[in-house]
Design a protein around this ligand. Structure first.
Ligand code: NAG
Ligand code: NAG
Ligand code: NAG
Ligand code: NAG
Ligand code: NAG
Length: 691
């Protein structure tokens, strides 16, 4: 309490005789000295100046004479003084000489306070049980119980902290100097069930640099759950972060038409069941049907929630019941759940799979959504079928399929099996497939053994194209090719007949084969294409094949029409993934090659490159192998007199013509399958790649 004591001292100093005080024969510099409390014994209060002949002694009658002693000229304290007991000492000295002259000298000793006492709580340990539903701002512990005292009479500064993580901010004190604890934030038993608070009492502000004495009190808070929540139907989902509200979803059940179930109805996702979320209280809950119970078909057991039937349901459709669960002690604590009871035709037979085990083949590295094919029939997608004897044709339209123990594959509603991921490594995968009657919820299961094989030449790509895109592209490219080929054919036949024919054949047959790195894949994956090639060879003519292949996996990816009857065409298309880059290369290269043979102007840059151009402004140079096609040359082999431009424009006629002649066959566009193939078969006598 330094400030106060210095004030006191200052007040004393303001009294008139603060400075040198003298009596007759004796004097002191300061008749009102200050002494800090807790002084050592022998502390010199002041020194007395005596004139010669005079002596001083303590007047034993002075009030506090016992505190003092004179040692020579020093006035000393003979005991330690406590400010908390004595704050002012008064001693009077008698000054006298042999002549009998005598005077007295009053000395006031002010004891200065020191901060030598700690604050003290009356009680340092509290335990309070606080109900969860205590109102905010309610007092938890009163000020009187918590106020600390301080012998130095210092002002006490309080601080409240908590030791339990997560319980910050719920309890607070009213002020820095008012330790009353009140509830600052609504309690939640789910968050913490007890906490410990520490109340600090300091005799200096926390920010002070002075030596500070501190006392602590520990307050244990035990939270008692209150009946705050209405019942919850289970299972339920929390809808708020505090997890204080939990909502159940629809319960669903089925009853047979015109039949009274003898047992309690089985419901999804589980029996009707509600709990009191205030589980330490666990109030009793009763159930009732509050609406939707037309004709009083259903009853609910108030205690168990079991739903039973009073009478048969007589019309198809469903009942939507509202079931209430309410606390017995407080009807206002309730919740409502919806129960849908479908009335279905009695199902006497469960579905069953026509095959206990299915074998399929899937290709690794294909994009998700690719078909699993029937083992041994790489062009037929695998399809599983569950039959139901409740139906005359055994076809139950309510059956849906799913793969129960793998997410790498999925089953369509129709029973087609598709990949759901890019299958990585070759191997065998065993799956369980389930066919469920979505009406009766009866189900059947079967096993699918899928062999995953490498589709070597099919590189995966991120780009996907619809069948329509590819159809357009294929058609355009095929048309371009056709134009070029028609053009070429006409020119060649006009001028050189079979000899040129031979040369062109080799040029054409060489390049396309470079476009396909993997011949074996072509044979594996393209049974149709290779068959056609072989057929062409069997004609006895050496083949020259230009293929514009839109989609390597296409023939196998597109099942025969009857196999996909139930699958919409768009669905089929969307499962097909094309490889854009590779395809473009394949498509463009033969085209470029064919085109480059014909030039409107002469090209000299390419060594060893044989070109045909139209002679308009350039004369053939000596020493180069140049063959000149006369613009209006007479046609010896063909009956057509049309010029080249004309031929190009009338490609359709020429197509027919060429079909008849040297066989340009063209298949594209009109097919729903976006594949385009152009096969040019031209007869020649020998195969020579060293053109
Ligand atoms: C609690 O007291 C404070 C201060 O008086 C007031 O602002 C607040 O609204 C009170 N809160 C409640 C819930 O009474
Ligand atoms: C409906 O009929 C089926 C077949 O007899 C039976 O298995 C099922 O338990 C019946 N459902 C109810 C709710 O009684
Ligand atoms: C009927 O109630 C009992 C008791 O609550 C419960 O164990 C049982 O699952 C209920 N049955 C049905 C079908 O809900
Ligand atoms: C139920 O059976 C009736 C009569 O047998 C039939 O007309 C009706 O279509 C069936 N309902 C369903 C959903 O199968
Ligand atoms: C799926 O279930 C079948 C049959 O129960 C089992 O043979 C197979 O190993 C399972 N497959 C996976 C991937 O769990």
């Amino acid at each position: 309490m330094a400030a106060a004591c210095w004030l006191l001292a200052a007040a004393l100093c303001l009294l008139p005789s603060t400075a040198h005080v003298a009596a007759q024969g004796c004097s002191v510099n300061d008749s009102r000295p200050n002494v800090p409390e807790n002084n050592p014994v022998g502390y010199v209060v002041t020194t007395i100046h005596m004139e010669s002949g005079f002596t001083a002694r303590i007047n034993p009658a002075s009030p506090d004479a016992s505190y003092f002693a004179l040692q020579g000229s020093e006035l000393q304290l003979v005991q330690s003084v406590d400010y908390e007991e004595v704050t002012l000492l008064l001693v009077s000295l008698i000054c006298e000489n042999n002549a009998g002259e005598s005077d007295s000298l009053e000395i006031f000793v002010t004891i200065l306070n020191e901060n030598d006492n700690s604050p003290e709580f009356k009680q340092t340990n509290f335990t309070e049980v606080v109900p969860e539903d205590t109102k905010v701002n309610s007092t938890i512990i009163a000020r009187e119980e918590l106020s600390a005292s301080d012998a130095d009479l210092d002002t006490i500064y309080y601080e409240l902290t908590t030791t339990v993580p997560g319980s910050d901010g719920y309890f607070a004190i009213k002020g820095l100097n008012n330790p009353e604890i009140y509830l600052h934030k609504a309690l939640d038993y789910e968050k913490f069930k007890w906490t410990t608070l520490i109340l600090y009492a300091r005799d200096r502000p926390v920010t002070s640099t002075d030596p500070t004495n501190t006392a602590t009190a520990t307050i244990n808070i035990i939270i008692e759950q209150a009946d705050t929540k209405a019942p919850w139907f289970l299972p339920c989902t929390f809808i708020n972060e505090e997890q204080s509200i939990c909502i159940s979803s629809l319960y669903a059940g089925r009853v047979n038409m015109s039949e009274v179930a003898t047992e309690p109805l089985l419901l999804q996702p589980g029996p009707l069941y509600a709990i009191d979320p205030d589980y330490t209280i666990n109030e009793r809950i009763i159930y009732s049907i509050v609406s939707g119970n037309m004709d009083n078909v259903f009853s609910i057991d108030a205690d168990t929630g079991n739903l039973t039937m009073n009478k048969p349901a007589s019309s198809p459709g469903s009942y939507l019941l509202q079931v209430m669960a309410t606390q017995v002690n407080n009807i206002q604590k309730y919740s409502i759940a919806s129960v849908e009871i479908k009335v279905i035709n009695k199902s006497n037979h469960a579905p069953y799979f026509e095959s206990r085990i299915y074998n399929g083949t899937a290709f690794a590295d294909l994009a998700p959504g690719s078909f699993v094919f029937q083992a041994g029939h790489p062009s037929s997608p695998l399809m599983i079928t569950a039959l139901d004897d409740d139906f005359p044709d055994k076809v139950n339209p309510s059956i849906e399929y799913h793969i129960s123990n793998s997410t790498d594959f999925i089953a369509t509603k129709d029973g087609l099996i598709l990949t759901n991921v890019v299958l990585q490594s070759p191997g065998t995968v065993t799956l369980e497939a389930v066919g469920m009657d979505m009406v009766s919820l009866q189900k059947a299961s079967t096993v699918i053994v899928v062999e995953v094989v490498l589709a070597a030449a099919v590189a995966s790509s991120d780009k996907q194209y619809s069948a329509q895109d590819m159809g357009i592209l294929g058609g355009t490219l095929a048309a371009l090719l056709l134009v070029v080929l028609v053009f070429l054919g006409v020119v060649i036949y006009k001028q050189y007949g079979k000899r040129i024919n031979y040369l062109v054949n080799k040029k054409l047959s060489k390049k396309p084969s470079e476009g396909y790195d993997n011949k074996s894949y072509k044979q594996d994956e393209q049974p149709d294409a290779s068959t056609e090639q072989q057929e062409a060879s069997e004609d006895g003519r050496v083949r020259s094949v230009v293929e514009v292949q839109e989609q390597p996996a296409l023939p196998s990816a597109f099942p025969a029409a009857e196999e996909t009857e139930s699958l919409p065409k768009a669905a089929v298309a969307s499962t097909i993934i094309f490889d854009q880059e590779e395809k473009e290369e394949e498509e463009v290269e033969p085209e470029k090659e064919v085109k480059s043979i014909l030039k409107t102007d002469r090209q000299v840059a390419n060594d060893g490159y044989k070109a045909v151009w139209f002679r308009t402004d350039v004369d053939p140079e000596a020493g180069e192998r140049i063959q000149v096609i006369e613009d209006n040359a007479a046609d010896s082999d063909d009956d057509s007199d049309q010029d080249l431009q004309r031929n190009e424009e009338e490609e359709d006629d020429d197509k027919d013509h060429l079909h008849r002649g040297q066989a340009v066959s063209f298949a594209s566009g009109s097919s729903p399958v976006p594949a385009a193939e152009v096969i040019v078969n031209m007869s020649h006598t020998e195969e020579d790649n060293s053109l």
